[in-house]
Design a protein around this ligand. Structure first.
Ligand SMILES: C[S@@+](CC[C@H](N)C(=O)[O-])C[C@H]1O[C@@H](n2cnc3c(N)ncnc32)[C@H](O)[C@@H]1O
Length: 256
């Protein structure tokens, strides 16, 4: 076991953060660059500082995971969701249950809710929005964004669902009410079941191939029959067929 492996074990043991499923070169680079910035010279000292100072640990989490998100990120895929996928999902269901896994600061679940408001007339949908980083979740729960953040929201949705509050932009309560934000680690915690739709987009980039494959299998079991997994724009699932998925559009996988 080298120093990096010992660091990962200590991180897991003392700070309850398991990075074994993440690609080593990218993680190692990030960890080392933050240690340089903070002028911490050894992994042992780094663990010690994170255990003593919550702020350092938060900074580590921030640095480790790229939390960038956008409303209507990769617009053409949201169009496919609207035009091809939702009509099928809503065909036989009065209400639909959705999970935005790795939701970051909330743009993804809020985008979904705005789209669904148009389709489910009685607001008959629920969205579980999870992330393992509490800082980003809190921003999602707050639902207040800058002018730049909201630039991707189409004009008609903006008018209906966003309020200008002295130059900051707040998501209206009728959109918020269908979303439950919750802390959840995809590599550690158990998964809820019977989802009609799971979104896991731009989350797995740092996961090893083995971790990704296990995760996609777990999503498969969490979907109900006919349920759909929606992945990110560079995240085609190579072993989709082997897992049991039918690929029904690029980045959309259905459980038969
Ligand atoms: C780049 S953001 C993607 C946000 C959104 N899905 C999107 O596509 O715009 C990736 C998010 O995945 C979260 N994440 C990374 N590893 C995770 C894990 N093991 N469990 C839960 N969330 C994780 C990060 O905290 C980060 O907020």
């Amino acid at each position: 076991m080298d120093k990096y492996d010992i660091f990962l074990n200590d991180l897991n043991k003392h700070l309850d953060l398991d990075l074994h499923g993440y690609k080593r070169p990218q993680m190692e680079r990030r960890i080392n660059s933050l240690m340089r910035t903070l002028q911490i010279d050894t992994y042992d000292n780094f663990i010690k500082r994170m255990r003593e100072e919550q702020l350092i640990f938060n900074r580590f989490l921030d640095h480790l995971t790229i939390n960038v998100s956008e409303f209507f990120r990769n617009q053409s895929q949201w169009d496919v969701l609207k035009e091809k996928i939702l009509p099928v999902l809503l065909q036989n269901n009065k209400s639909i249950k959705i999970w935005s896994a790795g939701c970051s600061t909330g743009e993804e679940p809020y985008t979904l809710a705005m789209i669904l408001e148009e389709y489910c007339s009685q607001g008959n949908y629920s969205i579980l929005a999870t992330d393992f980083d509490l800082n980003v979740l809190n921003k999602g729960i707050e639902g207040v964004y800058s002018p730049k953040d909201i630039s991707g929201i189409p004009e008609d949705y903006l008018k209906k669902y966003i309020v200008n509050q002295n130059g900051s932009f707040r998501v209206k309560d009728n959109i918020k009410k269908s979303i439950t934000f919750k802390k959840h680690n995809l590599l550690k915690d158990s998964f809820d079941t019977n989802f009609d739709l799971i979104l896991c987009r731009n989350v797995v980039i740092y996961f090893t191939e083995e971790t990704k494959s296990q995760l996609y299998r777990r999503f498969f079991y969490s979907l109900r029959t006919q349920g759909v997994l929606f992945t990110g724009s560079t995240e085609q699932i190579i072993q989709a067929r082997e897992i049991g998925f039918n690929s029904i559009a690029i980045f959309f996988y259905q459980k038969p």
